[in-house]
Structures are given as C-alpha cells and as structure tokens.
Design a protein around this ligand. Structure first.
Ligand code: ATP
Ligand code: MG
Length: 181
C-alpha cells in the first residue's frame, strides 16, 4: 500500500495585520472585477517540497530546526505578473540578503532530504490572483512592510472548495542584531 503523503512547502506566513494590509494592496491592484486569492491564503513561498511521506516530513522538520538565521524586515512594494502560470503577484523591489539566505537554506534542507532541487531561481512574491492572462495595469498601493521573525512549514490541502493552506509548524528566527554605532 502506498504511504500517505502531504503536500508541503515552507513559507512566510503573515500575521493578521500584515495579511489585512496585503489583502488591501491586492484589492488596489486587482480591483473588484478580478477574482482574488482569498486573504486567508496569502503567503510567500520560500521552498516547495511537494507531496512527501512522514519520513521526509520529519527530515524537513529536522532541517528547518537546524537553521540559525536572523530575523529581518521586508517591504512588499511592487506588483507583477507571471505569464505561464497566469498569476498576478505582489513582490519586493529589494529582496533583503537575509531572505535569499533563508530561502537558500530551506532549499538545501529539501535537497538534504532527497527532494529534487527547484529549477527556478527564488523569486519572493505573494500571489494575489490566478487566471490573469495579461499583466494588470500598474496602480499605486500602500507598501506593506513586514517584520519577519519566523518561517513555517505549511500543508496545501485541495478540495472542491479550492486550496487551503494549513501551517503545521513554525520556527523562530534569531532576534535582529543590535544596530552598530
Ligand atoms: P493549486 O495547485 O491547487 O492550484 P496552489 O498552486 O496555490 O494551488 P500548491 O500547488 O499546493 O497550491 O502550492 C503551494 C505553494 O507552493 C504556492 O505558493 C505555489 O505557488 C507554490 N508552488 C507550487 N508548486 C511549486 C513549484 N513547483 N515550485 C515552486 N513553488 C511552487
Ligand atoms: Mg499549484
């Protein structure tokens, strides 16, 4: 019999005020005519594992636990479009070095558990609408600055009602370094 699997990914999971600010930014970009991704689903994927069994899940959790990286700030201040998956997104005009490091460390953790490395380079974004064939026109929105103190392992559960994401475990990042001078 096949082992049961769960579809997992690592993500930055917004706190309630950040989620609400991201949803407002998404509304400003997409307007009311475009069906947006529900506020509850907004997140930044850091590394995608796919369907894994309990042994691989446990390996991923051990890998995540070993990560020792500092917390950081990011600001979501641009919007863009991925043509092939037809997704409109919110993103960052500047990706902090600490975010590259965190995503890189998680990709290494995935590889350490025998998962295929992702072919695509990391591109931090929050998907806000699907089935968007052409880029939505640029509209101003209030940048969302977000203090990142943790990352999560999230399960993706699909049903007739759509996809739902359930954070199953969260790891804290280290306190931000004291400023110099
Ligand atoms: P669905 O696939 O049901 O339409 P979804 O794409 O939102 O919905 P998942 O495919 O489970 O749900 O993806 C979960 C998260 O991982 C999303 O942020 C998605 O963009 C990202 N993701 C999915 N597949 C990959 C992949 N191959 N590489 C990188 N990120 C991925
Ligand atoms: Mg998908």
């Amino acid at each position: 019999m096949a082992e049961p699997t769960r579809r997992l990914f690592f993500a930055l999971w917004p706190d309630a005020p950040t989620r609400s600010a991201l949803d407002s930014a998404a509304l400003a970009i997409a307007g009311k005519r475009v069906r947006r991704i529900p506020a509850a689903n907004l997140h930044v994927t850091l590394a995608f594992a796919g369907s894994v069994d309990a042994v691989v899940q446990s390996c991923l959790e051990t890998g995540a636990q070993a990560i020792q990286l500092p917390g950081f700030e990011l600001c979501i201040d641009v919007s863009g479009h991925f043509a092939r998956p037809r997704i409109q997104w919110l993103g960052l005009s500047h990706t902090p070095a600490a975010l590259w490091e965190l995503a890189g460390a998680l990709r290494k953790a995935l590889a350490g558990c025998g998962l295929e490395p992702e072919a695509r380079a990391f591109h931090a974004h929050v998907s806000i609408a699907r089935k968007v064939s052409r880029p939505l026109p640029a509209r101003p929105f209030e940048p969302v600055c977000w203090s990142i103190g943790a990352f999560s392992l999230v399960e993706s559960v699909s049903s007739a009602a759509g996809v739902q994401y359930l954070p199953i475990r969260t790891w804290k990042l280290e306190g931000q370094a004291a400023s110099m001078g």
